[in-house]
Design a binder for this molecule. Structure first.
Ligand code: SAH
Ligand code: SF4
Length: 395
């Protein structure tokens, strides 16, 4: 362990090598790792960097997974690559499309686990909400993912693979030799707001987002990627330094007493410690803000006093406050705040000079909203079981 080693709990990330066939997946490797992998199969060191550049473009700029299509590589090299490597992404096992156009995907990763990915089209952007872990080690009391035990961290390949899968589904890979014009992108933004705490899987999240930002690949600007954390304070500065994306923080309360209950990681790093880390968050250019996410729970954290306290707490931090009407799930211990209470809260924040958008719930008919992701999977499982029971099949 070095001094900089993340405090990530020791959770298994599946190894890069796949059992069947023993082929190594190129997806998720950094450029350096790919270069080494090519050298390991006999590519001359002098050529390796150039070959990485070529393969990288095929995979990440043009979405090609078959080495045979990588026509600027010699036939011999293509054959050699196909023998040792594969270009594999998680398998989409279901897709639901909401009345409002929101798409929710269930994807299967190695080991048979499932995670959810949500695509939200808006007039000026299309946002993909991706997952970083199967389940979550944290236990925020309003979040359904938090009631599911962590199964494992996703690999970098599984994280960027969610983006590649969505681009497949949206049919958004440009023709080889061309680039996508930025303005017309269907998938223009990424938010790490699906299942899991991204800062407890730092290295894999970083490597995956570096791939998303690479100018020879998917080419998303760092300003179009937002990482949401519940407040893993020691990793916050690294997020700016090593990823450089925008930050959202699940704030949700204005006193330690309430935040301890809602976001239990607050017992380890309290509001003051969190704010200190946010004040120091480097690389915020003029127009950039830290997003404070604030879930509106009826009579728990939604009073006018809370709004005033919030404004005071964040003084001096370039911020926008994203008010999220609570998405209820079966058995949840909270209720969504009334529209009146949400608007009264928003007005106070707005009058203090902060943007305070109220997040419009999207994809409610398909349970695609924040914090509902687990329930949908479980429901699907349950209904499969029910179907089996009804059909008299033994599982
Ligand atoms: N683990 C990270 C990112 C995933 S959660 C985090 O906690 O920030 C993404 C956002 O959805 C967080 O702000 C989270 O607090 C919020 N959220 C979770 N459950 C919710 C629910 N049932 N209703 C509304 N927002 C919820
Ligand atoms: Fe985990 Fe985020 Fe849910 Fe908390 S809100 S349990 S950190 S996914």
């Amino acid at each position: 362990m070095t001094a900089n080693a993340p405090i990530t709990p020791d959770i298994l990330t599946v190894p890069r090598k796949k059992a069947e066939g023993g082929k190594t997946n190129l997806v998720g490797m950094t450029r350096d790792q790919m270069r080494q992998a090519l050298i390991d199969i006999g590519t001359p060191e002098k050529q390796a960097k150039m070959r990485v550049g070529q393969i990288w473009q095929w995979i990440y700029q043009w979405g090609k997974r078959d080495f045979a299509e990588m026509t600027n590589l010699s036939k011999a090299l293509r054959a050699q690559l196909a023998e040792s490597f594969e270009v594999a992404i998680p398998e989409m096992i279901s897709r639901q499309i909401s009345e409002d156009g929101t798409r929710k995907y269930l994807v299967r990763i190695a080991g048979g686990h499932e995670v959810e990915v949500v695509y939200i089209p808006e007039t000026d952007r299309g946002t993909l909400c991706i997952s970083s872990q199967v389940g979550c080690t944290l236990t925020c009391s309003f979040c359904h993912t938090g009631t599911q035990k962590l199964v494992r961290n996703l690999t970098a390949g599984e994280i960027i693979g969610q983006v590649m899968m969505a681009r497949d589904d949206l049919d958004e890979w440009p023709t080889p030799g061309t680039r996508n014009p930025d303005e017309a992108r269907l998938l223009s933004n990424i938010v790490l707001m699906g299942m899991g705490e991204p800062l407890y899987n730092f290295d894999n999240v970083r490597d995956a987002m570096k791939i998303a930002m690479d100018p020879e690949g998917i080419q998303l600007s760092r300003r179009r990627i937002t990482l949401s954390t519940s407040g893993v304070v020691p990793e916050i500065a690294r997020t700016a330094e090593e990823i450089g994306c925008l930050l959202a923080v699940s704030f949700h309360a204005t006193t330690d007493e309430v935040r301890d209950k809602l976001v239990p990681i607050n017992k380890r790093w309290n509001i003051e410690a969190l704010l200190e880390a946010l004040r120091a968050y480097p690389r915020l250019a003029n127009s950039e803000r830290i997003t404070f996410e604030y879930v509106m729970l009826d009579h728990v954290n939604d009073s006018k006093e809370d709004a005033h306290r919030l404004v005071k707490l964040i003084e001096g931090i370039p911020a926008k406050i994203n008010l999220i009407p609570f998405n209820e799930w079966p058995g949840a211990p909270y209720k969504r705040s009334s529209g009146n209470r949400i608007h009264a809260f928003a007005d106070i924040i707005h009058d203090a000079g902060y943007a305070s958008p109220i997040r419009r719930p999207r994809g409610e008919d398909i349970m695609a909203a924040c914090g509902q992701l687990k329930s949908a999977t479980e429901r699907a499982r349950k209904s499969r079981k029910q179907i089996e029971a009804e059909a008299g099949v033994k599982s």
